[in-house]
Design a protein around this ligand. Structure first.
Ligand SMILES: [Zn+2]
Length: 314
């Protein structure tokens, strides 16, 4: 539903009932099942924050609609609000648009928000866009508002240094909002392995070839070290049984992303930049030499991220 196409009165009704629903859903179901969960006090299970309905921002008018939604939600609840800024690269890279969104957050008095920039795809986003987004995240954080990315790849992890407090990711999530995960002809999900040095997914045969060309030891995460003896073993296991490979490689993705996030949190900006540069320098030749990787696939997003972050934050 487009919040811009309905009357302000109807919009308020929807926002109010949505806030009530989020406030009450967990405590109420606990109360209803009180015999099952006797030791649990339902009031402790109030959500920490409400995510109000949001309206995709493509114009100044859309910012006004979101202001109305946030103000209506604030009137309705004593809980914190965590509004979602869903916007496009075209809108949010304009600096006066950034200011307008920032003013909305400051004036409504929220202290946290989600940011969802549509189409922030590493193969389709230039350095200038990454710079402007870094600038926006920093401005939000500098204003005392905790920003959190809705969809994010490793660039979002690096934005920790701009004040980003977290990124959402998971087995069922693409790394950007519009991504659809390719299916195989058999109907299953395509087996993609998260290559930590590339900060991206590759198909398993491509992963194995690349890691062999790079002379990299087998991934030492707790999932891979339990499951696979070597890169060849990973490739053979996929050939034998491409369904049962899905669970370990999804778990590998989760633990590897988690580890990368913790590492970046423990590093200063210079260390994060140096590491990303080193990974690029080490992997660019093997990447370009690998037969299993399409020549149209590029790895220049790594230096683009590094340059954007360095230009804005150094
Ligand atoms: Zn692993």
């Amino acid at each position: 539903m487009d919040a811009g196409e309905i009357s302000p009165e109807d919009r308020e009704k929807i926002v109010r009932s949505d806030v009530k629903f989020q406030e009450r859903i967990v405590p109420e179901s606990l109360e209803e099942n009180a015999t099952k969960y006797q030791d649990i006090s339902a009031s402790e299970y109030q959500p920490k924050a409400i995510i109000p309905w949001h309206h995709r921002i493509r114009s100044s008018g859309d910012v006004d609609i979101n202001t109305h939604i946030i103000e209506t939600a604030l009137d309705q609840t004593s809980l914190s609000l965590k509004p979602c800024i869903q916007t496009t690269k075209g809108f949010i890279t304009n600096l006066s648009n950034q200011q307008q969104v920032l003013d909305m957050l400051v004036e409504t008095g929220v202290d946290q928000c989600f940011i969802w920039v549509e189409g922030l795809d590493k193969r389709d986003t230039g350095q200038d866009t990454y710079e402007k987004i870094t600038r926006f995240v920093k401005a939000v954080s500098d204003a005392g508002i905790d920003p959190h990315f809705y969809y994010a790849d490793y660039f979002g992890t690096m934005l920790h240094h701009a004040g980003l407090s977290g990124v959402t990711y998971g087995t069922m999530w693409g790394e950007e909002g519009e991504e659809t995960v390719e299916g195989t002809s058999g109907g299953g999900a395509l087996s993609r392995y998260y290559v930590p040095q590339m900060k991206d997914f590759l198909k398993i045969p491509a992963t194995v070839e690349l890691q062999q060309l790079a002379d990299a030891p087998m991934c030492d995460c707790r999932v891979c070290s339990n499951q696979f003896d070597s890169w060849i073993d990973l490739a053979e296991r996929e050939e034998d049984d491409d369904e049962n490979i899905q669970t370990p490689i999804k778990k590998h993705h989760l633990v590897t992303r988690y580890k990368q996030i913790r590492e970046v949190e423990d590093q200063d900006l210079g260390e994060t930049i140096d590491e990303c540069r080193e990974d690029f320098n080490e992997y660019v030749s093997p990447f370009n030499a690998a037969n299993q990787i399409s020549p149209s696939k590029k790895v220049d997003y790594l230096p683009i991220w590094v340059n954007a972050i360095e230009n804005e934050l150094n």
